[in-house]
Ligand binder design. Sequence first.
Ligand code: GUN
Ligand code: ZN
Length: 432
Amino acid sequence: MSERMLRGRVLSFRREPRGPADLDALDWFEDGAVLIRGGVILACGDFTDVQARAPGVAIVDHRPHLITAGFIDAHLHFPQGQIVASWGEQLLDWLNTYTFPAETRFADPDHARRMAASFFDLLLAHGTTTASAFCSVHSVSVDAYFAEAEARGLRMLGGKVMMDRNAPEALRDTPQTAHDDSAALIHRWHGRGRALYAISPRFAITSTPAQMEAAQALIAAHPDCHVQTHLSENTAEIALACALYPEADGYLDIYARHGMLGPKALLGHAIHLSDRERAMIAETGSHPVHCPTSNLFLGSGLFDGAALTAAGATSGLATDIGAGMSWSMLRTAGAAYTIAQLQGQRLDPLRALWWITRGNAEVLGLVDRIGTLAPETEADIVVLDSRATPELALRMGAATDLKDELFALMILGDDRAVVETYAAGNPVKPRP
Ligand code: GUN
Ligand code: ZN
């Protein structure tokens, strides 16, 4: 069984930090080490203590770099890598102009396979080791996605989008085929190796009531699968969704009526919400997912993290590629900081780093497996160089402490700061 020890400045979260000075929330070892065997973390602590557990083990010396848990991206779109940076539209026109034509190409298994290779190259280059992705409507896109993830040993979530209206013919399924294809994909992939299936009705606008009932049946039959969709991202979207479901009492209620809410539910965007909707999200244990660079790019609005937290909801954080402007969860945390600033709120650097690691693992219900460097969890790890670029090196020359370093990384860092990415204990950062 392969065994190695990573040496460096080791950082992992025990719980959510309560503020910028809450160092009790983290395990921090200035000269630390992580011992890995067979893809699992055996020990994490001071270098001398960990080395005593395994004398003679091969050491990968990453000093002076930071070693922390691999990043987790709670919402993005596998078929949208080639439409990142598409000019000029807001949500509904952006979907029709750029997104749907790009997704149509994923009916071709060769295209889907090529795109899967690029997709995981980019995620791993940016230090992201787990993501929850919407694939296209085509089952072959899901096969390409999970097959490539499996070949690289990655823990990934994903599912075929269900969509039977308000989209081009080539992207429409039916209530029955969406149900049967999703069920077959769950059977094929869910729980195979590290794969986890997410039932994925795209959003209320592209699903008829009959298809929402099909999604409800799938969710009831597969309660261990995640459920992902989009909610209240854009005001024109909300008006159309509510017009299509006149009996519902608001957008969220469409999903509530179809049994979609609960701790497995990931609600992308969740920007324009009423107090009642925030309370229902919290009561059901559903998770809003904040997509800050996407919300800025599409001009969708400002995610009110403080109101959701006050209501008792726990939110995820995500790139939302291809409306998102960066594959980097560091940059995404930086954008979340700026969106908080625009509303007089604060995202401190400890909480930001917790959010893109342990926080997102908690939202996904996977913290016993990923998101920390705790023993017996899966060895998905990122190594970060806080001086990777000239501007970071200059800034770090004036850094005062760990939280200052983390803040510089989340504002100025990206894939250039990622020295190595480990998945199940193996180095997987692609080299050009
Ligand atoms: N709402 C429904 N589909 C999408 C999508 O692909 N991207 C974004 N940002 N919002 C959506
Ligand atoms: Zn999305």
